[in-house]
Write a protein that binds this ligand. Structure first.
Ligand code: GLN
Length: 351
């Protein structure tokens, strides 16, 4: 059992084979990207990170959503998917957890698809709030009120931009879009949805406050309900890494080769993740890690290495800001060891 957890498997997704794509070898990858690290190096660094942080006991499961308090705090999984669809997994990578706030990035991507960047920017904004993700004062104080698409208020407002003849059509469109980004059909974790829907008075309050300022674009409670569903979508670490790799790969899912997100929208998504992906510790993250990333209170974090791939880590205990403690440590360690920090000249091969 323990041995299994320590096994790193390098697999090429079956979908890629099924689609008739030739597996890309490490040397082919190297010829495409002179700065992509060697596979053996990535494997050993990920294993080091796993061993180093598996005993980490800091942090606490989210408990304001009752379901999340019950999730096993020891679950720990790491997945990497590269732009050429190499997959590396370690630990509890088959456990399906709720995507939570990481969903906000993909609903934003869908809003960009439907309305284009200028309208989304004007209707939502993109300034960091410097406040917790569910802050009421931020809605009052921020000139845009909605703040940005990655805090709850801005995410509910972003969801309200998605078109559809009724709530069901909007929800199905969102779920289908996430599934395309993951390259697999994703589903709602019904228990998470029920648990969160029964306790989301705070988000309903945010939606009414947005309505007061005319910064929500559909029925406020309907929008909160669909937002609650989007947060309750189940993903495992591998699926989450593939969603991230789609962003890393110019919007093309590396497994299915489908252009899920327009290439020209990717920079807006990555910029937004840099500003607010880890809420009020996004500044810490930019300083220490230098990668666009997004966290969720379910315990997942995905970080994007543009052009190269994505790393997703799942471990439920969170810090004060609502970010997985272990996931942050693993990604920080791996990014530093592999020179992934985007602000470092080493990340583009300059030593
Ligand atoms: N569904 C959660 C909420 O609305 C998402 C928060 C998060 O992951 N930070 O509070």
């Amino acid at each position: 059992m323990l041995r299994n957890r320590f096994q790193i498997t390098m697999i090429l997704a079956a979908t890629m084979m099924a689609a008739g794509f030739m597996p890309v070898t490490a040397s082919a990858q190297a010829s495409r990207s002179p700065v992509a690290p060697r596979r053996e190096l990535v494997e050993s660094v990920v294993r080091e990170a796993y061993d180093k942080f598996k005993g980490e006991t800091n942090g606490k499961n989210a408990d304001y959503i009752p379901y999340l308090a019950q999730v096993d705090s020891k679950l720990f999984g790491i997945a990497i998917v590269t732009a050429d669809n190499q997959v590396l997994t370690l630990g509890d990578v088959n456990y399906s957890f709720s995507i939570q706030s990481i969903s906000k990035v993909f609903t934003l991507a869908l809003a960009l698809e439907e309305l284009g960047p200028d309208k989304v920017f004007q209707r939502i904004g993109s300034e960091p709030t410097g406040r917790p993700f569910n802050s009421v004062p931020a809605v009052v104080d921020m000139p845009t009120h909605s703040g940005n698409p990655l805090v709850n208020a801005g995410a509910i407002a972003t969801m309200s931009l998605i078109s559809g003849k009724d709530a069901n059509e909007k929800w199905n469109k969102i779920l289908a879009f996430y599934s395309k980004a993951a390259g697999e059909r994703l589903t709602l974790i019904e228990e998470v949805y029920k648990s969160e829907a029964a306790t989301n008075a705070g988000n309903k309050a945010l939606s009414m406050l947005l309505a007061k300022y005319d910064r929500i674009y559909a029925d406020p409670f309907e929008s909160v309900d669909i937002y609650t569903k989007q947060c309750s979508v189940g993903v495992n670490a591998s699926q989450l890494a593939r969603m991230g790799a789609t962003l890393a790969n110019n919007g093309i899912n590396p497994a299915t080769r489908e252009q899920v997100i327009k290439r020209e929208h990717v920079p807006y998504l990555l910029a937004t993740m840099t500003m607010a992906g880890l809420y009020d510790s996004s500044g810490y993250w930019a300083w220490h890690v230098g990668l666009p990333a997004k966290s969720g209170v379910g315990g997942g974090i995905v970080a994007i290495v543009p052009g190269k791939g994505a790393i997703a880590v799942f471990a439920p205990p969170l810090d004060e800001a609502g970010n997985s403690v272990k996931a942050q440590k693993v990604i920080e360690y791996v990014a530093n060891k592999l020179d992934f920090n985007l602000y470092s000249p080493a990340s583009v091969g300059l030593k």
